[in-house]
Design a protein around this ligand. Structure first.
Ligand SMILES: [Zn+2]
Length: 141
């Protein structure tokens, strides 16, 4: 097997991350709830259909797969061993779309934040990352 995952394997991986009630998403929801944040799920009327919306904090969260959205972590920087041009173009397009969506959200008064898949594997890391993001979000209040 030249590549780490088959094409179908990658597709189902992405589908799992983006779909409702995935394990990483449930971990994020539980942590947010414990930290006292209340949220709504999958608001389709907002650009990019954010995974979680925190109306009181005017904040939206996207759960991003590290490979698909080109995270700076090891997984995100992994170069596929086959179809390099295809994957590179795909990831570049995803990153472009992410930037566009974030810009649209900011323009309509929302603060877009990204929760990376790799954070969700360790509950303590996830909690500290979420605290960090959301407290910065409050802008020193
Ligand atoms: Zn990552």
């Amino acid at each position: 097997m030249a590549d780490m995952l088959t094409k179908a394997g990658r597709s189902s991986l992405m589908a799992r991350i983006r779909s409702k009630n995935s394990v990483p998403e449930l971990a994020v929801r539980r942590t947010l709830f414990r930290l006292g944040y209340r949220f709504r799920l999958h608001r389709r009327d907002l650009p990019g259909t954010p995974d979680l919306v925190l109306p009181a904090a005017k904040t939206v969260l996207f759960m991003n797969g590290c490979f698909w959205h080109g995270h700076t972590c090891r997984r995100g920087q992994q170069v596929p061993k086959s179809n390099i041009a295809f994957w590179t173009a795909k990831i570049t397009n995803n990153k472009k779309r992410d930037r566009r969506v974030k810009r649209q959200l900011r323009q309509s008064g929302w603060r877009p934040l990204v929760v990376w898949e790799c954070w969700t594997r360790d509950p303590q890391r996830l909690e500290s990352k979420l605290r960090e993001l959301l407290e910065r979000e409050k802008g020193g209040v």
